[in-house]
Design a protein around this ligand. Structure first.
Ligand SMILES: *Cc1c(COP(=O)(O)O)cnc(C)c1O
Length: 365
């Protein structure tokens, strides 16, 4: 079925070749192998579709948030290794061992449990040591790590294959980021040097774009794969992947002094042509942009949103235009960057992308 045959009110066009382009750009910029981060349904772009589209590329791992996501990738027939980016529930671990996914280890308890499960399964599980260099979300802190590694090495059914850490502020605090990197390098040195680990990884998109990372041989880009550069002003050429679209459902002219939308936060000051568009916060378009100068792109031009974003509809001032019912409307995409929408909603592009709801039909081209 062509999903546009009976048009949904809102849809997201996903440009798969742009995704591949961005992956290659990420690998070139990193100068090493990559783990493609596809958590949260590939940042709202569709987990199976993105994993399948990237599987033929040279990727060391797919990075996911949980076993449910790992399962969806594996069940889609993708054989690329799968890495779990955060701590795991104990109930998830038997499947991780059975399907040979790669967890990161933040505690000896987790490690012992994996070791026991791998023994019972008759296998040796590759795991990565997670170290906390400043993120404060997971991993071992530096103190006592050499002894901890020794204990881990005493677990016969675990192979300590890699060591990872995570940057908290690579897009906003260069000095702190350099400290985290130095701490990571010092930890590696204290554990026998980088060569001790097959995989060494630290950088998200901002980290791999903004910094040299001598001690790493794997980078973990997420956002940049989807075409958004987290470092303002960076020159890397990424291609837009998702375009969020809708259509004009109605065009009317309202007289001066007429309120628009809930709370009448906008009142016309002159006769105003108002287009109603079939998208709202029920689709993930953020209500918080209301009153902050958000725009919609119609017939090659930007027009201002007026009044509050409602659940299923928004209003746009199209005075002095030929905009008509049925016209296609871009809410973000190549002409209005998603980071612009995010800034007007006082949030980040990651949240906007992952917040696009299931009602929005994803169309792949
Ligand atoms: C989400 C995540 C990434 C990707 O971050 P981006 O900023 O989207 O590139 C990398 N590593 C870890 C551990 C993550 O949780």
């Amino acid at each position: 079925m062509n999903p546009l045959a009976s048009p949904p009110r809102a849809w997201a066009e996903i440009d798969v070749s742009a995704l591949r382009h961005n992956l290659r750009a990420a690998r070139d910029a990193a100068g090493c192998q990559v783990m493609a981060v596809v958590k949260a349904g590939a940042y709202g772009h569709g987990l199976e579709q993105v994993a399948t589209a990237l599987a033929a590329e040279d990727i060391a791992f797919f990075g996911v948030a949980n076993v449910g996501e790992a399962r969806r990738i594996a069940d889609a027939g993708v054989s690329t290794r799968i890495y779990l980016l955060g701590a795991t529930w104990s109930e998830e671990r038997a499947e991780i061992v059975a399907r040979d996914w790669t967890p990161c280890i933040s505690s000896l308890d987790e490690a012992r449990h994996f070791d026991d499960l791998a023994r019972a399964h008759g296998s040796r599980l590759k795991v990565h040591l997670s170290v906390d260099t400043g993120m404060g979300r997971g991993g071992f802190v530096a103190e006592g790590l050499p002894e901890i590694l020794q204990q881990l090495e005493g677990m016969p059914n675990l192979e300590i294959e890699g060591i990872g850490s995570h940057l908290s502020s690579a897009d906003e605090d260069e000095e702190f980021t350099r400290k985290q990197m130095a701490k990571y390098a010092a930890i590696l040195a204290s554990l026998g040097g980088p060569e001790r680990f097959v995989w060494r990884h630290l950088s998200n998109s901002a980290g791999l774009l903004g910094y040299e990372r001598e001690s790493c041989n794997l980078a973990r880009p997420g956002l940049m794969l989807y075409g958004i550069c987290p470092l303002p002003g960076h020159s890397i050429a990424l291609k837009n992947v998702m375009s969020l679209k809708s259509r004009v459902t109605l065009v009317r002219t309202l007289p001066a002094g007429h309120g628009v939308s809930y709370g009448k936060t906008f009142v016309t000051t002159k006769p105003t042509r108002v287009a109603t568009v079939g998208i709202g916060y029920g689709d993930g378009y953020p209500r918080h942009v209301s009153g902050h100068g958000a725009e919609a792109f119609i017939r090659g031009k930007r027009y201002p949103l007026i009044g509050r974003v409602t659940m299923d509809q928004i209003m746009v001032d199209v005075t002095d235009s030929e905009v008509a019912e049925g016209d296609e409307v871009e809410m973000f995409g190549p002409n209005i960057r998603v980071d612009e929408v995010a800034a007007k909603a006082d949030t980040i592009a990651w949240e906007i992308l992952t917040g696009i709801t299931p009602r929005v039909v994803r169309v792949y081209a």
